[in-house]
Design a protein around this ligand. Structure first.
Ligand code: UDP
Length: 389
């Protein structure tokens, strides 16, 4: 049997990055994944009729300000220069996100300039003082934080309904950190992300994963869940080998302390017989009475592909958040105090077995963007190499 130096359990973006860095350093790596293809939730499929790249698990847009990550990822793919713009539908009108001059002027029927916007927002915020907090250091909840950024009318129109649908709970039960993801700008810049390094892999995400794993020292075994495989004779024979695990941390310990809470998503896909359904890749539906949070229209991710753009039909996908239950795909960790306590218990267990390094979104129970996941994987693999040189 071929010598294996390291096992990577989970072939998502974190696992594939770890595998590649270790293989480049001369380690022989066995990558296992329970699914039938690598890529985790970034995996895509191609629509047979139109050739459109479908983001099976919801839209993924690569964006980063991390030099190291950008340099690494471009060894494996070119990007098409796509810049993400998101529209919001509210009360029968369409607005450009993020919250900036375009949206605020349209919403209030004003013509504010960049220098006038901060004072206007500050006056809106001052109209709704926060409930007193015990101390200034007490963290704000999501709603308090959002209103302190943008005032109540914008919060009610664009944030509160969407957030309730997305997280299935009152925004006052959510941490302020979630809203800090949402940019607010005093300009007409409607680019959703502030990172200039942005785009979609020119030949698609699957090609990126193929390239990451295309190394003579990497072998890939699909349809193989390491959690059960480790109990087999083949697994037992490698029981001494370091493992980089990016599955759910609670599953690693058989849900011993109970399952960590996740938000899951259900996608309803439809092929529509029009060339262009909504004119952009993502439209958020911010009102509570629309049951889905957003509609994705995938062809817009490849504006450089004339055949796809001019195809007479298009593929859209409505996204419905739901409470995770065993068997569903976990998407978003629900960062509430009870979950943090549970996570600490699992992390304490994990610290007892340093042979298994836990990471990635499911392992770290963190709302990682793709670049953060790659950055963390680079760091993890490099420190492993340093400690085991
Ligand atoms: N959000 C919102 N309205 C929007 C978009 C986002 O209220 O139109 C809030 C919502 O709580 C969401 C958070 O901002 O969970 C972060 O949004 P982001 O677009 O980063 O979410 P992702 O695309 O990662 O699901």
């Amino acid at each position: 049997m071929k010598q294996i130096d390291v096992i990577v359990a989970g072939a998502g973006i974190w696992g594939c990055t770890v595998a590649r860095v270790l293989a480049d350093a001369g380690r022989s790596v066995l990558v296992l994944d329970r699914r039938s293809a690598a890529g985790g939730n970034v995996r895509c499929e191609t629509d047979s009729e139109t050739g459109i790249e479908i983001h099976t698990y919801g839209s993924h847009i690569f964006h980063t300000h991390l030099d190291d990550v950008w340099t690494f990822v471009r060894r494996f793919t070119e990007f098409n220069g796509y810049q993400h713009k998101v529209l919001a539908r509210h009360a029968g009108h369409t607005y450009f996100l993020p919250l900036g001059l375009t949206l605020v002027n349209q919403f209030y029927g004003l013509d504010l300039t960049p220098s006038e916007l901060p004072a206007f927002i500050a006056a809106e915020v001052a109209k709704c003082p926060h409930e007193p907090r015990a101390t200034d250091h007490e963290p704000r909840n999501f709603e308090e934080q959002a209103i302190s950024f943008i005032g109540r009318p914008l919060y009610e129109a664009f944030i509160s309904g969407y957030t309730r649908k997305q997280w299935g709970t009152d925004p006052r039960n959510l941490p302020a950190s979630i809203i800090r993801r949402l940019p607010v700008r005093a300009s007409y810049d409607v680019n959703y992300f502030s990172d200039t390094r942005q785009g979609i892999p020119l030949r698609g995400y699957n090609a990126l994963f193929d390239a990451l794993l295309d190394h003579p020292s990497i072998s890939l075994e699909l349809n193989t869940d390491w959690l059960s495989w480790r109990e087999t004779p083949a697994g037992a024979a490698l029981a001494h080998v370091p493992v980089f695990y990016s599955g759910p941390i609670d599953a690693l310990f058989g849900y011993r302390f109970g399952p960590l809470p996740w938000r899951s998503l259900r996608f309803e896909r439809e092929r529509v017989a029009v060339q262009d359904f909504q004119g952009t890749s993502v439209v958020n539906y911010t009102d509570a009475d629309v049951p889905y949070t957003r509609i994705h229209e995938f062809k817009h991710y490849h504006p450089e592909d004339a055949a796809v753009m001019s195809a007479p039909s298009t593929v859209i996908c409505r996204e419905y958040p739901l409470t995770w239950k065993p068997g569903d795909e976990p998407y978003y960790p629900v960062d509430v105090p009870a979950a943090r306590e549970l996570l600490a218990l699992y992390q304490a267990e994990s610290a007892k077995s340093p042979r298994v390094v836990v990471g990635g979104r499911l392992g770290a129970y963190k709302y990682f963007d793709m670049d953060r996941s790659i950055g963390n994987a680079l760091e993890t693999a490099r420190s492993f190499l340093q400690e085991n040189s």
